[in-house]
Design a protein around this ligand. Structure first.
Ligand code: ZN
Length: 113
């Protein structure tokens, strides 16, 4: 499962940060998920909780925020944000749209105690 690999990466990054800050436990993990990602938010949440068991992140809340992605139209060069897949250019209606910044998942921060 793709979500499992993503969850593993998020949990290990969060634990590294917590160790660097000499934290006793992680209370919250902030995660940004691209609005275009087709992974299931529910399974990601489930894997995160499973992987966090027995670690500093055991009782953490995983806060997944959907963020829109910036895109550029190849025909009219307009830059706009995409909130969902399969959108056309907001200005000229062209389907020749390239997405910028494909990072689909990102741990943006943790809160610790
Ligand atoms: Zn356009």
């Amino acid at each position: 499962m793709h979500e499992y690999g993503i969850a593993q990466e998020i949990v290990s990054t969060a634990l590294e940060c917590a160790r660097a800050e000499k934290a006793e436990r992680i209370t919250r993990v902030h995660i940004e998920m691209s609005a275009l990602a087709d992974e299931s938010e529910d399974s990601l949440q489930m894997y995160l909780e499973t992987l966090a068991r027995g670690t500093l992140a055991e009782s953490a809340v995983f806060d997944i925020a959907r963020v829109s992605v910036s895109a550029q139209c190849l025909d009219c060069q307009t830059t706009f944000t995409l909130a969902e897949l399969g959108r056309l250019c907001s200005r000229c209606g062209s389907a020749g749209v390239v997405m910028q910044g494909r990072a689909e998942f990102k741990m943006t921060g943790i809160e610790v105690e």
